[in-house]
Ligand binder design. Sequence first.
Ligand SMILES: [Zn+2]
Length: 48
Amino acid sequence: MIHDAPDESTSESTYECLQCGAVITSDENPGKCEECGGDLHNRAMALE
Ligand SMILES: [Zn+2]
């Protein structure tokens, strides 16, 4: 069995800013980076 979700997954997701690299954890889509207003990438959605 592949162990792909080691974290204590609640409803929170981690988002990473594509512009400044800030990491934001939120239980809902924050939309824009609170640091620079850049687009956020949901880290839970692995790049395949
Ligand atoms: Zn940012």
